[in-house]
Write a protein that binds this ligand. Structure first.
Ligand code: GRF
Length: 210
């Protein structure tokens, strides 16, 4: 049985697309059963619907506070039978209650080599810091933003003359390879988390180049 995935988005949805493309393969170990966007005009929402993936808008502005908003998302995910949540460009801070409710069953992708460059505009932060290398990270989600046990990282070079757009595009290509791979390894049980430690099977170590 494929692991039932819910994806949280706020915008473009290119990582959602990468996950959907991967899951279209025969006998793939994960299946996206629901997409939630907090933004009505998110391109990813349209994309999901166009591909017959059940998708709902949970507009944060319609709720009194973060707790109510998160409760609405939680209810939608559980109603859809979601077993595991992927954040993919989801731009709202989640309450500790929501995060704890999906503890060890929620991952995020961030466009830096965490713990470097947490928060907003990590690509701009990398350029300003003058690093020669940055990348992306898939990690289990913990209450503190952009923290949590790391599943996988992919390195991306920074070239002279890069601007934020060029660097972001290069990182995004790496994201589109890394996220489906990391999630596949979670879905097959080749990656698991025990406490704050991620445990890898031999297959996962090979696949991730560890
Ligand atoms: C990605 O760079 C992701 O790492 C970050 O937000 C961006 C989302 O892009 N969290 P997309 O919506 O998946 O195209």
């Amino acid at each position: 049985m494929a692991l039932k995935i819910g994806v949280l988005i706020s915008g473009r949805g290119s990582n959602l697309k990468a996950l959907l493309d991967a899951s279209a393969a025969a006998n793939h170990p994960f299946k996206i059963v629901h997409v939630i966007s907090n933004v009505a005009v998110a391109a990813g929402l349209e994309f999901a619907r166009a591909h017959n993936v059940p998708a709902s808008l949970v507009d944060h502005r319609a709720y009194a506070d973060r707790t109510d908003f998160d409760a609405a998302m939680d209810a939608a995910l559980r109603k859809a039978g979601v077993e595991f949540v992927c954040m993919a460009g989801f731009m709202r801070i989640l309450t500790d209650g929501f995060v704890e409710g999906w503890r060890d069953r929620m991952v995020n992708i961030h466009p830096s080599l965490l713990p470097a460059f947490k928060g907003r505009h990590p690509q701009r932060q990398a350029l300003e810091a003058g690093v020669r290398e940055t990348g992306c990270t898939v990690h289990y989600v913990r209450p503190a933003m952009d923290s949590g046990p790391v599943i996988a990282r992919a390195k991306v070079p920074v070239f002279q003359g890069d601007d934020e757009a060029a660097l972001s595009a290069r990182i995004l290509e790496a994201e589109h390879r890394l996220y489906p791979l990391a999630l596949e390894l979670v879905a097959t049980g080749d990656v698991a988390v025990r406490g704050e430690e991620v445990v890898f099977s031999d297959r996962a170590m090979r696949a991730l180049g560890h």
